[in-house]
Design a protein around this ligand. Structure first.
Ligand SMILES: NC(=O)c1ccc[n+]([C@@H]2O[C@H](COP(=O)([O-])OP(=O)(O)OC[C@H]3O[C@@H](n4cnc5c(N)ncnc54)[C@H](O)[C@@H]3O)[C@@H](O)[C@H]2O)c1
Ligand SMILES: [Zn+2]
Ligand SMILES: [Zn+2]
Length: 348
């Protein structure tokens, strides 16, 4: 079967690998779509970051690995003892592996397991015609949720989990920095959680136009004083929460300066560089910075429910490509900012 294999930094190839067999408790999934994530780009241009070079403590695997952690597909074979799934089920996959024994796992926070691993980074993933998963990693898709949407559940769950951690009151103003796929996910999630007033801050005119077409109100931080605008709009209350999905100093500074007293800036960005800034605004407002990583099963279920209700709109920001085009039309196009979200179709 064809698969996208990460061998080393800047060495990713589409090649033939053996089709895997499902073991006990596992199913074979025929992959429909697998999204390319910023993490995959980081592994390609600057990795290995999450890809293990020594056997991973939970999967026992290390590079080379088949990439792909954002995917949907159909169950085509079930292993011994599988009772939760049947051949023909349309599913999306929660790609995390956790130990179940460390302190975060015991507290139900499996997303921050001290040994956390990912399907498609710590073991062969979904950028392939087929992949094998443990049955517990699957979430069935309702008929009204397409396989394209199914491949977006993973990044949308990242944003949903982050949105929850902002604790926004329904009538407060939420500020999202960055209108990439995660920022778009935050906008959908906050609206889905009942937050009416969401402002999206984004310097790129193309990206602003893209999220505006979905109905979002945007601000251009190169032309507007964001904290001043927010203060005026909220009659001095400040933002009820700010979300950093940009990961750069101007976004962090504007977010902290826009927050209301005792409110939270949620850091979802994976910061590439250290950010040197004063935290005096944080101190003066008794504000907080809250990190967020991935999701748990309840976030997946909430996103799938919202999708079934028609809440997520992919118009204008999602496209699919054939697996053979992964480098030119996938990694390079995303790296150069020519595309926003690309789904790989392994059968094309
Ligand atoms: N915490 C997690 O679990 C998790 C999971 C997935 C992704 N991430 C991270 O989330 C971040 C967002 O992901 P993405 O795929 O949307 O990234 P992206 O690079 O597509 O989007 C970032 C956006 O920020 C914008 N930006 C730049 N400067 C800005 C500024 N001053 N103010 C506002 N916006 C600005 C960029 O123009 C861009 O549109 C990345 O850092 C990614 O690594 C985190
Ligand atoms: Zn991802
Ligand atoms: Zn654990």
């Amino acid at each position: 079967m064809r698969a996208v294999v990460w061998n080393a930094r800047e060495d990713v190839e589409v090649t033939d690998v053996p089709r895997p067999d499902p073991g006990p408790g596992q199913v074979l999934v025929q992959v429909a779509y697998n999204g390319i994530c910023g993490t995959d780009l980081h592994e390609y241009y600057g990795g290995p970051i999450f890809i293990p070079t020594e056997p991973h403590p939970l999967t026992g695997r290390c590079a080379p690995v088949v990439l792909g952690h954002e995917f949907s597909g159909t169950v085509v074979e079930v292993g011994r003892g599988v009772d939760a799934l049947a051949v023909g089920d349309r599913i999306t996959v929660e790609p995390t592996y956790w130990c179940g024994e460390c302190a975060p796992c015991r507290a139900g926070k499996t997303n921050i397991c001290t040994k956390v691993g990912f399907h498609g980074l710590s073991i062969d993933g979904g950028m392939a015609e087929y992949t094998v998963i443990d049955q517990g990693m699957a979430h069935r898709l309702p008929d009204s949720v397409s396989l394209q949407l199914g491949a977006l559940v993973e990044p949308m769950s990242v944003a949903y989990h982050a949105a929850r951690l902002g604790n926004v009151d329904g009538d407060g103003t939420a500020l999202v920095f960055g209108a990439g796929p995660i920022g778009i996910g935050l906008w959908h999630a906050l609206k889905g959680q009942g937050v009416e007033d969401v402002l999206v801050v984004e310097p790129s005119p193309v990206r602003r136009a893209s999220i505006e077409r979905l109905g979002a109100q945007t601000l251009d931080p190169t032309g507007v004083d964001v904290p001043g605008y927010v203060a005026e709009r909220t009659k001095g209350l400040g933002a009820a929460a700010a979300f950093d999905a940009a990961g750069v100093k101007p976004a962090v500074e504007a977010a902290l300066a826009s927050l209301g007293p005792s409110k939270t800036m949620v850091s979802v960005a994976i910061y590439e560089r250290p950010i040197e800034t004063s935290l005096i605004q944080l101190v003066l407002r008794e504000a907080r910075i809250q990190g967020t990583l991935c999701y748990t099963s309840s976030d997946y279920r909430a996103v799938i429910d919202l999708m079934a209700g028609g809440h997520y709109d992919t118009t204008g920001w999602v496209e699919s490509i054939a697996i053979g085009d992964i480098l030119a039309e996938g990694f390079e196009a995303l790296h150069e900012g020519r595309k926003m979200k690309v789904l790989v179709d392994p059968s094309a």
